[in-house]
Design a protein around this ligand. Structure first.
Ligand SMILES: Nc1ncnc2c1ncn2[C@@H]1O[C@H](COP(=O)(O)OP(=O)(O)OP(=O)(O)O)[C@@H](O)[C@H]1O
Length: 330
């Protein structure tokens, strides 16, 4: 029987012949610290592929190797058929990169940020002039063309960074934490832009520690922790494989969760129980049945009456918790 890691690796690698990204045994060591510990990836054309994991999981380090801006310690890597360490310029010509931190020229207008960036690629002004207008429209920033970047909102800046990364019409767009720090509305606008890019056939690879972002956007993803792939697949398959259909979240009150979980483990038909400092998560096919069981046990005095009880669908957050015993966002 294959180990969990072997299974994860097989699924991550997929079966498609043509890969936009192919990585085998990718490693990055900083002295004695192993930030990325042997990652295999196959990203196929036109898909949105995610790296989901908490802070410090090694997602940005992996992205930097994919973008060819950080040398790998070991492993094989091919981006659109080319090893970025052998021919970085050839890879970068077809690659767009959205870094974790916005690095716009704050003193320049939105339009000039696009024009200047395009000049770094050696693109002629005759191409860049209409292209910048098209990109501003795509980023819903046409009315901000002459506004300095430092006067834009966080969501607008993020959209401008994405527009800038599209100046060379890349086949592959790498996005490191595209919506971290944005409010819900700004995130939704950004997700919509990324959908549109995918519809146009651009391959997207993104890192995130938001499970809703991964569920909304990603066709396939890997769950990363401690520099390793813990699991891989479509969001639905990961939830099916590792969690259950529904979850009941119960708060029994401080210091009472562990004792209640003991009783629930023994006396309900729950698939799995996870105990967090502030709540107990009960996994099963029917959360309402679990809730009835908890109510009956509380009425019989076997557990404390819950302070709150919430039923919901299982998510990638649950997958991460079950795989690692920790939550994605601490
Ligand atoms: N230049 C460096 N030197 C030493 N350690 C580093 C360096 N860059 C990253 N690390 C460490 O490698 C680990 C992985 O970092 P990385 O930035 O890839 O994580 P991440 O999953 O992207 O999380 P985050 O969302 O916080 O950026 C962390 O423990 C980080 O401290």
């Amino acid at each position: 029987m294959p180990s969990a890691t072997e299974t994860a690796t097989e699924t991550a690698a997929g079966t498609s012949g043509t890969s936009v990204i192919r990585a085998r045994g990718l490693r990055k060591h900083y002295g004695d610290f192993h930030a990325v510990q042997g990652i295999d990836l196959d990203v196929t054309p036109g898909e949105c592929f995610g790296l989901l994991g908490p802070n410090g999981a090694g997602k940005s380090t992996t992205m930097r190797m994919l973008a060819g801006v950080s040398q790998r310690t070991a492993g094989e890597l091919s981006i659109m058929g080319i090893d970025p360490e052998e021919d970085g310029p050839a890879v970068r010509a077809h690659l767009g990169v959205v870094p974790q931190q916005d690095n716009l020229d704050e003193e320049l207008t939105a339009r000039d940020n696009l024009l200047i960036y395009g000049r770094y690629f050696g693109l002629p002004y005759s191409y860049l002039k209409p292209k910048s207008l098209e990109l501003l429209e795509f980023a819903q920033l046409t009315d901000k063309a002459d506004t300095k970047a430092d006067a834009l909102s966080g969501g607008m800046k993020r959209r401008l960074v994405i527009a800038r990364a599209l100046v060379n019409e890349p086949q592959l767009l790498l996005l490191d934490e595209p919506t971290t720090g944005l409010d819900p509305q700004a995130r939704h606008i950004l997700w919509d832009r990324l959908y549109r890019l995918k519809e146009r056939g651009t391959t997207l690879v993104l890192t995130t520690h938001y499970m809703d972002e991964a569920e909304q956007l990603c066709d396939r993803l890997v769950v990363v922790d401690g520099g390793q792939i813990m699991a891989a697949g479509t969001p639905q398959a990961l939830i099916r494989e590792h969690a259950s259909r529904e979850v009941l979240e119960v708060r029994f009150g401080t210091d009472r969760n562990e004792a209640a979980a003991e009783v629930l483990r023994a006396e309900t038909r729950v698939h799995r129980i996870e105990v967090l400092p502030d709540r107990v998560l009960l996994y099963g096919d029917r959360a309402d049945e679990l809730q009835d069981a908890v109510t009956a046990l509380a009425e019989a005095g076997r557990v404390t009456a819950p302070v709150t009880a919430l039923t919901r669908r299982a998510s990638l957050e649950d997958v991460f918790l079950i795989l690692t015993g920790r939550t994605l966002v601490d």
